[in-house]
Write a new protein. Structure first.
Length: 347
């Protein structure tokens, strides 16, 4: 089925696969900060307020910075900011649509507390407020599903962080550097590449008819979250995610008993840059749960540095989940239930 061009065209009418194939270009987006004047105050901590794919970009940035950034960096996925947010906190409100109610509420709170603020969106109320209040902001291209614009979001976020002096330009360069390599890698996952040579199609076939569970470590946790998002929204397929070492303190036991029948596909997202003890946990867990859960499918992230691996794994997530959507007989692009939910919330 996945090698039948007619089936792919019928089940992917809005060309989600084409959008996935172009994602490598997003890291080259020339993000520019508008209304960039700020008072140069010292920043003691960073909070990124966002939901879904917008939060994901922040988590990817955090993973890239965790061993080098010397200040707290928190991602808030809720209506309310932590009590510690004050004038020495940088709060960046990030929403692809610009209309996410939780993020708009967080921005309001940040302004009320006198925090240094920034905005990242493709339009909507966030950009309107940024322009009206002269808040430093970056506008990214509109017209995509938020989950398919994560690398636009990541590039713009890092540019904003550089603008406020939180990171230097080297991180921007790290994100841009693997663009052509990503182009070559993702070309191997295109629909005209047959299944026997197409890693993304092979992974989709291993997961069809099952709920997926994605496991990562400190570095790859955000990628596991990306796979969960893509599975849910592209394939319309239930999935879950978690990270080591936390898995071994609770969820590990859950696999050992009920339910006896376990229609799951387990994916271990691994990085060569992960803590060696985390990598051993992947191996020991799979060994001790042999016969109690499906054997984990290892996905070794490619790339010669952590940032490149995070980008590679994020793009692969969309390809695999879109192919799974085709196998599931669903259109990978729309998220009608989310739109219905939003409409109910405004009643």
């Amino acid at each position: 089925m996945l090698d039948d061009a007619n089936v792919i065209k019928q089940r992917d009418p809005k060309n989600a696969l084409e959008v996935a194939a172009d994602q490598w270009k997003q890291v080259q987006y020339p993000a520019e900060v508008a209304d960039g004047d700020h008072d140069g105050r010292a920043i003691a901590r960073v909070v990124i307020a966002g939901m879904g794919g917008s939060a994901l970009a922040a988590l990817l940035a955090k993973a890239s910075l965790e061993t080098t950034l010397s200040m707290p960096f928190e991602v808030v996925r809720d209506y309310d900011l932590p009590a510690y947010v004050d004038a020495s906190t940088l709060v960046i409100a990030s929403s692809y649509s610009g209309n996410t109610e939780e993020t708009l509420n967080s921005l309001q709170q940040a302004q009320e507390r006198g925090a240094q603020v920034g905005v990242l969106a493709a339009g909507g109320k966030l950009v309107e407020r940024a322009e009206a209040d002269k808040i430093a902001h970056v506008v990214i291209p509109a017209g995509l599903q938020p989950r398919m614009a994560v690398l636009f979001n990541l590039k713009a976020l890092v540019v904003l962080l550089e603008h406020f002096g939180v990171v230097d330009h080297s991180l921007v360069e790290q994100i841009m550097a693997p663009a052509e390599w990503l182009r070559a890698e993702t070309a191997q996952w295109l629909p005209d590449v047959p299944t026997d040579k197409n890693y993304a199609k092979q992974l989709a076939l291993l997961a069809v008819g099952k709920s997926a569970v994605f496991y990562g470590g400190r570095l790859t946790g955000p990628v596991a979250y990306k796979w969960k998002i893509s599975w849910n929204e592209n394939a319309k397929n239930l999935s879950f995610w978690n990270t080591y070492p936390e898995v071994n303190h609770n969820e590990f036991i859950g696999w050992s008993s009920h339910p006896v029948d376990k229609p799951f596909a387990v994916f271990d997202l691994k990085s060569s840059f992960e803590n060696p003890r985390i990598l051993k946990r992947f191996e020991v867990t799979d060994k001790l749960l042999s016969g109690l859960r499906p054997k984990a499918i290892p996905v070794q992230l490619a790339g010669d540095n952590p940032t490149a691996q995070l980008l590679w794994g994020s793009i692969l997530a969309d390809f695999v989940s879109i192919y799974l959507a085709i196998l599931n007989g669903v259109d990978p692009t729309p998220v009608d239930l989310v739109e219905k939910f939003k409409a109910e919330m405004v009643k």
